[in-house]
Design a protein around this ligand. Structure first.
Ligand code: NAD
Length: 295
């Protein structure tokens, strides 16, 4: 069992840190939010006054922060963690951020002989709570192998995607496809309902036909069709529209930088931005259905 410091105890990081504790790791936590820290301390974690103090004696540091600017602020610069950590420390960033930001952190970490990987996740809050996340890692194979035992306490599928930043690239591709699938599924259901079809019957037909996909099969966006999904609790909880919009922005910036064409991803980005701009940023992303079914 390892001495792990976990920074960023939000919707994802909180349950991830909790699973590390359940697996028997010695966990120290830090977050800017006091209630988030207190919840983990109540479960047996230690804490400290700052991120730097929380990493004292850590064999492994994990961050789960909202966006690239937070990751840069925590790791880089004279006051950043990389400047303070002893050589050889394992450093894992599971935030979803731009691949180039991950590569910049990896380069700064290598200059300090720290073992860094990007390890963004898929599986949402449900996967974080159940300990069944998919980790998509980028970095040296030796570092990935070192990280696996810690990641296994929080996830079920742990992939090595390639060198530094590759985990982020794979994650961005996956979420772009998810956004397209969710918008397309909403559009098809809304068209059927306009024609008088029952959305549950149409869903069953498409699930058994060539239109079947993850969004339709496991995360139906039409309220009342599927139990236990955000659509059936007024789109509360789940994966926020604001986070999906952020990820589609990462895909767009990456496509521009690489001269890649993403017409479907760009359209999905526009739809989610429009939806977020109408005050839906804090709803689950399957609420994109409301663009097609305003009532
Ligand atoms: P969140 O906003 O719920 O949590 C982020 C936490 O980081 C907050 O508690 C915040 O106080 C803390 N934080 C911010 N700056 C900090 C700092 N400088 N020091 C310490 N703590 C700081 O976000 P989340 O939903 O947990 O998502 C985290 C990351 O995971 C994001 O990059 C997101 O895109 C990605 N992700 C989220 C989901 C999901 O379903 N929510 C799924 C997959 C990936």
């Amino acid at each position: 069992m390892a001495k792990v410091t976990f920074i960023g105890l939000g919707n994802m990081g909180g349950p991830m840190a909790s699973n590390l504790l359940k697996a028997g790791h010695e966990v120290t936590v830090f977050d800017l939010s006091k209630p988030a820290v207190e919840a983990l301390v109540a479960e047996g974690a230690s804490t400290a006054d700052s991120a730097k103090a929380a990493t004292q004696g850590a064999e492994c540091v994990i961050t789960m922060l909202p966006a690239g600017k937070h990751v840069e602020a925590v790791y880089l610069g004279e006051d950043g963690l990389l400047a303070a950590l002893p050589a050889g420390t394992l450093v894992i960033d599971s935030s979803t951020i731009a691949p180039e930001t991950s590569r910049a952190v990896a380069e700064a970490a290598a200059a300090k002989d720290l073992a860094f990987i990007d390890a963004p996740v898929s599986g949402g809050v449900g996967g974080a709570t159940a300990g069944t996340l998919t980790f998509i890692c980028g970095g040296e194979v030796a570092t990935y192998n070192k990280a696996r035992p810690v990641l296994e306490a929080m996830g079920k599928n742990i992939f090595h995607a390639g060198p530094h930043g590759a985990g982020q690239v794979a994650k961005i591709c996956n979420n772009m496809m998810l956004a397209i699938l969710m918008a397309g599924t909403s559009e098809a259901l809304a068209l059927g309902v306009k024609n008088g079809l029952d959305p549950a019957v149409l869903s069953e037909i498409m699930k058994q036909s060539s239109g079947g996909n993850w969004a339709l099969n496991l995360y139906n966006p039409w309220p009342g069709v599927m139990e236990g999904v955000p659509a059936s609790r007024d789109y509360q909880g789940g994966f926020l529209v604001n986070l999906m919009t952020k990820d589609l922005g990462l895909a767009f910036d990456n496509a521009v930088a690489n001269q890649a064409s993403i017409p479907m991803g760009s359209l999905a980005r526009n739809l989610f931005q429009l939806h977020a701009g109408q005050g839906n940023g804090q709803l689950d992303f399957s609420s994109i259905l409301r663009l097609y079914k305003p009532d």
